[in-house]
Design a binder for this molecule. Structure first.
Ligand code: NAP
Length: 307
């Protein structure tokens, strides 16, 4: 019999985020069975002791199932398939960035089956997970949060509980609206400083040590200085989150002029062909083009602050 501290875990989704999150659980000694639509992406997790499932149905008899896919539509698909048989988990922890409405529909669907549900989206990219600096924001029954906490702590040092229902979803949406606005602003000021004659690495070195510097500005510095736009988070996923923010703004009647502008700039970059294969930090390139300058890598060794 599994003990309460070592429940059986099912993990849905081994994309950029899901892979690293499941890896931390497996490395920590948890009993994890992972399913990914593209099986090959999940297979390397076996080296850390994870088991790899061939079908979603295999995960249904696990006690706790985590889900980390892309959109609400994808969550609906995988959870529908997970629950297509008789077996079912006791608790579902859903970590994808989805809408309040999607999250509420999921809660209803799970409640009908008597399954507890914790909404647990995250802040940080795959490198942040590896560096042990991810953070969760959670909502749902307090008891589910308390039950999940030891597992969440294996994945991330920080897990905030913000209340009942779907409150974690609005916190995550607000967070990513901020992300979109900040990356565009960072691109604008970096290009301004460069066009006025300051090398990007010198400008960002100062900014990162100033009161305006953050974990985010530091870990985006190598991309901005050396133009390495290997994807951490796609422009399309960022657009999804900006749209979720604008939808929430309409629903709660909150004007969001900066978010609307930043959303359209992300849209422009997608239309220019910067979609799935480039990081959203390539907004810098779009800003440089709009400013009439061509960027070149500075080939300067700069840290990402993640240690
Ligand atoms: N990347 C970040 O920095 C970051 C940070 C915080 C939150 N998030 C959020 O975390 C979630 C995952 O992001 P990511 O960057 O890890 O994306 P990703 O690398 O594109 O991974 C998406 C995952 O979802 C699976 N998937 C998508 N649609 C599916 C479907 N219909 N059925 C089954 N599986 C499906 C994919 O399977 P395949 O491998 O088969 O395609 C893959 O495992 C998103 O909601 C994103 O907004 C991302």
């Amino acid at each position: 019999m599994p003990t309460p501290t070592r429940p059986t875990i099912g993990w849905i989704g081994a994309g950029r985020m899901g892979y690293e999150m499941a890896a931390r659980l497996a490395k920590g000694g948890a009993d994890v069975l992972v399913w990914n639509r593209t099986r090959a992406k999940a297979e390397p997790l076996a080296q850390y002791g994870a088991k790899i499932a061939s079908s979603l149905a295999e995960l249904a008899s696990r006690e706790i199932v985590f889900c980390m896919v892309s959109t609400w539509r994808d969550v609906q698909q995988v959870v529908g398939e997970l629950l297509s048989g008789k077996a079912q988990p006791r608790l579902v922890i859903e970590c994808s960035s989805i809408s309040l409405e999607g999250s509420a529909a999921l809660r209803e669907l799970l409640a009908r089956r008597g399954i507890d549900y914790l909404a647990a989206p995250v802040s940080g990219n795959a490198k942040v997970i590896k560096a042990g600096k991810l953070s969760f924001v959670c909502s749902g029954p307090r008891q589910s949060f308390d039950e999940a906490l030891p597992l969440l702590k294996m994945i991330a040092p920080a897990a905030s509980y913000v209340g009942e229902g779907e409150l974690a979803r609005i916190v995550k949406i607000c967070h990513n609206v901020f992300l979109g606005v900040v990356i565009q602003s960072l691109a604008e000021i970096t290009v301004l400083a460069q066009k006025a004659g300051v090398p990007r690495h010198a400008f960002l070195e100062f900014l990162n040590q100033s009161v305006m510097g953050s974990m985010f500005t530091r870990y985006k510095t190598p991309a901005f200085v050396n133009l390495d736009f290997k994807v951490t988070f796609t422009p399309e996923l960022l657009r999804k989150d900006m749209d979720l923010g604008l939808d929430a703004g309409r629903r709660f009647e909150v004007p969001m002029p900066l978010a609307a502008l930043a959303r359209d700039l992300v849209q422009s970059m997608i239309e220019r062909g910067m979609r799935g294969e480039e990081d959203f930090a390539a907004l810098l390139v779009q800003q440089a083009q709009a400013s009439g300058i061509e960027l070149r890598p500075e080939d300067v060794a700069v840290g990402d602050g993640l240690g």
